[in-house]
Design a binder for this molecule. Structure first.
Ligand code: MSP
Length: 637
């Protein structure tokens, strides 16, 4: 045990400067009494992305995850099913690990707080802190929430209940050892000031700083009313407070053979609800035992599901098999990090995931790889300099990864994919048989695939095999070696969004959204929106002036629509080709939403959307009868 056994701990803790060649990332250790869900998967995938990214950069990486297995909550849950805690938890761990395999999270070590080695480290730390005079015996009287394994004061409660679990708290009075947290107030404030990167995203620091300034009471760190925990080495009647025990996993996880060099962590990834434990208690404990501090703690936001908080009672908990079952593991990973900026709260919906899977992964990325590989199989590649590559914002993307801005990295990568798709459209290699154009495209695919590989590793692996390149950062600007290409299999199969998809929203959720009781017997499918939201739509009457096919699109028509004097003529791409002949549409009056953000499809920009009625079999454009005598450009509403 490297540093912990040194006799005299250094008096002053500091943030270690030696992060250059190693990268150590952690997730919270999860309570194993619940199966993992999208919230847990989010942190674990984020850690996996960072681990893969840093490996790509050539660093030595250590990715630690695990389970938090002590405490009253677990003891009670095990007792309810008539089991001993350890026996109860042992049965759950394989399921946990299976879920992390499902999301393709390649952690290096899975730590359990019931590991003997961890227990030993925690005891050493307790002893050290005690010897340093930071732990004393007192009496604790207060309110405790077993769900949080945390103490509350009266003013924290909501209607007498825990603000998170909404359940009554327990009144506890017992002899307890206290940690002198108050002693660390100034040191913590100094830490936040000198190392603004310690609390990330930075906006979360203000609240912490204000609360620490308001005063830090000493912290009760031992319990005698239950025994499922690590005994204090200096008083075995007491077991250690579960958060002291749990936080030290990040350290004990490095005190195993070959991993010592990784201490301290570059980044602890956590959810925002456990920020206080990580940026107040944790550095204070570390200062007390004389260990270096981690560089950063990053607190991400919370996921709701279709606008609601996830909860067992609503039946809307998105478990891992469901998450990856919708459109595959890479689409799930992509959605979670494209849809929401890391740090902000996000809302999960199956439809939104499928839409991104269809529109971005299948239509843009998948189509590009499939077209280029098919044409390269037919015509071959001829090496040339790649005129597209300078348009890939490599530096920006790297810095987005390093700053945990995964959504921004993806935006840049997809902006480049759009450029590649446009290049296909304008150069028409299927007509010109231009092997140099195909080489430029294949070389571009190599470059962005390497950059996107931490987020969609399974797909990146497949693409690298098709075009024969290594997923290695040095290969981004290294010209692709010409090889024999075989057409790629479909990377992302498009998924139809049916009414069924919407119906998967649990009924209860619909009831909570609609304020007035629904008419008995009728399940309302639509979500109510305010009149103001509707009024934002600019609906107008338009006349279809021409209808054209689009290269490589079997479902889309390119419509040129006259929208009157003010708006002029707009291009509208509509997926109605299979339902109408061109002449059936020409000169027809339709209704158009004119103020939607333009969308790129097949290298063209659609500047609006026409109104149509769909069922499972067909889509019919809503046509205005010529006898209605309505002028083009009139507003509808
Ligand atoms: N055992 C403690 C952590 C100890 S770390 C030294 C714990 N475990 S937990 O299983 O309850 O939660 C683990 C993580 O899941 C937390 O970071 C929490 O923020 C995250 N999430 C739980 N539900 C979530 C969402 N709905 N959305 C995003 N993350 C959420 O706390």
């Amino acid at each position: 045990m490297a540093k912990t056994t040194s006799k005299k701990p250094a008096k002053k803790s500091k943030v270690s400067p030696s992060f250059a060649n190693t990268f150590y990332v952690t997730t919270p250790i999860y309570y194993p009494n619940d199966v993992p869900h999208i919230g847990h998967a989010y942190t674990t995938i984020a850690a996996d992305i960072l681990a893969r990214w840093n490996k790509l950069l050539g660093k030595k990486v250590y990715f630690l995850t695990g389970t938090d297995e002590h405490g009253k909550k677990l003891q009670e849950t095990a007792e309810k099913v008539g089991k001993k805690p350890k026996e109860f938890i042992d049965a759950l761990i394989p399921e946990f690990k299976k879920d992390w395999e499902r999301i393709n999270a390649k952690y290096d070590h899975f730590i359990r707080t019931t590991d003997k080695q961890h227990e030993q480290v925690v005891q050493e730390m307790l002893q050290k802190s005690f010897d340093n005079g930071d732990i004393y015996l007192g009496e604790y009287e207060g309110l405790y929430c077993v769900g949080c394994e945390a103490y509350y004061t009266e003013k924290d409660l909501v209607d007498g209940c825990c603000p998170i679990h909404k359940k009554p708290v327990e009144k506890l009075k017992e002899k307890s050892y206290f940690f002198k947290l108050s002693k660390y107030k100034d040191k913590l404030l100094k830490l936040y000031k000198e190392h603004p990167e310690f609390i990330l995203p930075k906006e979360r620091a203000n609240y912490v700083i204000a609360s620490v300034k308001a005063g830090l009471p000493d912290l009760s760190i031992s319990r005698t009313s239950f025994d499922w925990g690590i005994p204090l080495p200096f008083d075995k009647k007491h077991v250690c407070y579960v958060w002291f025990d749990a936080l030290f996993n990040y350290y004990s996880g490095t005190q195993i053979k070959g991993k010592e060099e990784f201490w301290p962590a570059n980044i602890h990834l956590i959810g925002k609800d456990i920020l206080w434990f990580h940026v107040v208690y944790w550095p204070a404990f570390l200062m007390s035992v004389g260990l270096d501090l981690p560089k950063s703690v990053f607190a991400h936001g919370w996921w709701t599901v279709n606008g609601d908080k996830m909860s067992k009672s609503l039946g809307n908990v998105v478990k891992i098999d469901k998450l990856v079952g919708i459109a595959g593991v890479d689409s799930a990973r992509y959605f979670l990090f494209r849809n929401t900026a890391f740090g902000q709260d996000g809302d999960f919906s199956e439809t939104a995931l499928i839409e991104r899977h269809n529109n971005e992964l299948a239509n843009k990325l998948g189509n590009l790889v499939s077209r280029v590989s098919a044409l390269a199989e037919r015509y071959g590649l001829e090496k040339t300099s790649n005129s597209l590559l300078p348009k890939l914002a490599i530096k920006k993307i790297k810095s987005h990864y390093d700053n945990y801005e995964f959504d921004k990295a993806l935006n840049e990568i997809f902006a480049f994919i759009d450029i590649c798709n446009e290049y296909v459209q304008t150069n028409k290699p299927w007509e010109t048989e231009n092997k140099k154009v195909l080489y430029e495209l294949a070389d571009s695919i190599k470059a962005f695939t390497i950059l996107i590989s931490p987020i969609i590793p399974e797909t990146a692996e497949k693409i690298s095999k098709i075009f024969s390149f290594d997923l290695n950062i040095d290969q981004i600007e290294e010209p692709l070696k010409v090889s024999k290409i075989i057409k790629a299999p479909i990377l992302f199969q498009k998924i139809e969004i049916t009414k069924q998809t919407e119906l998967k929203v649990p009924k209860k959720k619909i009831e909570t959204k609609i304020n007035k009781p629904a008419i008995p017997g009728i399940v309302s499918m639509a979500e109510m929106i305010k009149y103001d939201d509707f009024a934002k739509l600019d609906l107008r009457v338009g006349k279809i002036k021409s209808v054209a096919d689009i290269d490589g699109a079997d479902k889309l028509y390119n419509l040129s629509v006259d929208l009157g004097k003010t708006l002029g003529t707009k291009t509208i791409l509509a997926g109605i080709k299979q339902y109408y002949k061109k002449e059936e549409l020409k000169d027809k009056l339709i209704i158009v939403i004119t103020n939607l953000e333009p969308r790129k499809m097949k290298g063209l920009e659609s500047q609006g959307m026409l109104l149509a009625a769909s069922n499972e079999e067909h889509t019919k454009v809503i046509l205005i009868s010529p006898s209605a005598d309505i002028e083009v450009g009139s507003t509808v509403g």
